[in-house]
Design a protein around this ligand. Structure first.
Ligand SMILES: Nc1ncnc2c1ncn2[C@@H]1O[C@H](COP(=O)(O)OP(=O)(O)OP(=O)(O)O)[C@@H](O)[C@H]1O
Length: 326
C-alpha cells in the first residue's frame, strides 16, 4: 500500500486555483519533496494532506485513510512541522514536548520515555530544561521536528524545514532528517524552494509551479533529462542567441536576465563549435561557464522561468521567527 496517494487534488480560493489537480504516489519510507518557488502552492498542498484545509476537489489517502472521510485517523498518523515556528517561547524544551504529548493523550510513562528519546535524537537532551527563547534558529527547528514525532507518526510533513537557517545548520538538519528516515523508517514529505535541499535530501521530487506538477522523478533523472552539460553565456544578445541557435547536439536554449542557458550533449566535444556558431553571427559574449545540470536548470527547462534561489535571506529569517499564521 502507498503511504500517500493523491489523485487530482485541487484547491481554489475564489477564482484563483492555488493547487491544480495534482496527483502522485509516495512509497512507505520515501523522502518526497515538493519543490517550487514561493507561492507555487506547496503549503496549500500539504495543508490539504494534513487535513488543515478542505480540498475543492480530488482525493487523497494517507496509509489508506481518506483525508476527507476520517480526519482524526489521518491526524493520528501524521506529524507536521510548519515553516512558521509554533513553540512556546516561555516554556522549556521539555515542557513544549510534554504539552504536545498531553494533547495527543500519550500516557505519562510512555510520554516521558519518548520525550527523552526524541530529544536525544535531535541532540537537545542537554538543553531540555532551557527556555525556548534562549534557543538558536536551528535548535528551535530541531525541537519542532522532535515534537512532531512524539506521537510516532508514520508520515511526517516538513514545510520548508531549513527556511532562514545558515548553510551549516541546514547541513546538520539534513543529517537529522536522513537519520530519522533511516532509523524510524518514517515517510517524509517536505516542501522547499531550495534546489540543493531537494537534490541532497529527497528520493523523489515533484517540481510544482503555479499549482501544477510540471515534472516528477528522482533528482538525478530530473537533471539528466535536461542534458549532459549546461553552457551559460552572458551576452547583450542573449535573446537572439537563445531564439536562433540550433545544432543536432543542442537540446535547448533558454534566455533569462541577460543570460542564455544552453543545454547540450557533451560540452567538451562541442564547445569550440558552439563559440564558432555564436561568433559567426556577430554576437558578443561577455562571459561563459560550463557546468553539470542542476535542479535549477530542470526548473527552467520545465517552466521557462528561473527559480531564484535565496540563501537564508533576511525575509526568510524573519518569517521563521514570526509566530504562526493561524
Ligand atoms: N487562504 C488563502 N486565500 C487566498 N489565497 C491563498 C490562501 N492561501 C494561499 N493562497 C494563495 O495560494 C498560492 C499558493 O500559496 P502557498 O502558500 O501554498 O504557496 P507555497 O508554494 O507554499 O509558497 P510559500 O513557501 O511562500 O508559502 C499563493 O498565491 C497564495 O497567495
Amino acid at each position: 500500500m502507498a503511504a500517500v496517494l493523491v489523485d487530482g487534488l485541487t484547491k481554489r480560493f475564489g477564482d484563483f486555483t492555488a493547487v491544480d489537480a495534482i496527483s502522485f504516489e509516495i512509497k512507505e519510507g520515501e523522502i518526497f519533496g515538493l519543490l517550487g518557488p514561493n507561492g507555487a502552492g506547496k503549503t496549500t498542498a500539504i495543508s490539504m494532506l494534513s487535513t488543515l484545509l478542505e480540498p475543492t476537489s480530488g482525493r487523497a489517502l494517507l496509509n489508506g485513510i481518506d483525508i476527507q472521510n476520517d480526519q482524526d485517523g489521518v491526524r493520528k498518523a501524521i506529524g507536521i512541522v510548519f515553516q512558521d515556528q509554533s513553540l512556546d517561547e516561555e516554556l522549556t524544551a521539555w515542557e513544549n514536548m510534554d504539552f504536545h504529548g498531553r494533547l495527543y493523550r500519550i500516557p505519562k510513562v510512555i510520554r516521558e520515555a519518548r520525550i527523552g528519546e526524541m530529544l536525544r535524537l535531535v541532540e537537545l537532551e542537554d538543553r531540555q530544561d532551557s527556555l525556548v527563547k534562549t534557543f538558536s534558529g536551528g535548535m528551535r527547528r530541531r525541537l519542532e521536528i522532535a515534537r512532531g514525532l512524539l506521537h510516532e507518526p508514520s508520515v511526517l510533513f516538513l514545510d520548508e524545514p531549513t527556511l532562514g537557517l545558515d548553510p551549516q545548520t541546514r547541513n546538520h538538519l539534513w543529517e537529522y532528517i536522513r537519520n530519522l528516515n533511516r532509523r524510524k523508517g518514517i515517510t517524509i514529505i517536505l516542501t522547499t524552494h531550495y534546489m540543493d535541499e531537494a537534490d541532497r535530501l529527497c528520493n523523489r521530487v515533484a517540481i510544482i509551479d503555479r499549482g501544477r506538477i510540471v515534472a516528477m522523478d528522482t533528482p538525478a533523472n530530473l537533471k539528466n533529462r535536461v542534458g549532459e552539460d549546461v553552457v551559460s553565456i552572458t551576452s547583450p544578445d542573449a535573446d537572439r542567441i537563445a531564439g536562433g541557435i540550433t545544432a543536432p547536439w543542442i537540446l535547448g536554449a533558454e534566455q533569462y536576465d541577460g543570460q542564455v542557458i544552453i543545454r547540450l550533449q557533451s560540452a567538451e566535444d562541442h564547445l569550440l563549435e558552439l563559440l564558432r556558431i555564436i561568433g559567426g553571427e556577430g554576437y558578443t559574449i561577455r562571459s561563459i561557464s560550463i557546468r553539470k545540470p542542476t535542479l535549477e536548470d530542470a526548473f527552467l527547462h520545465y517552466t521557462g522561468r528561473e527559480m531564484r534561489q535565496e540563501e537564508a535571506g533576511a525575509v526568510d529569517r524573519m518569517r521563521m521567527m514570526m509566530p504562526r499564521r493561524n
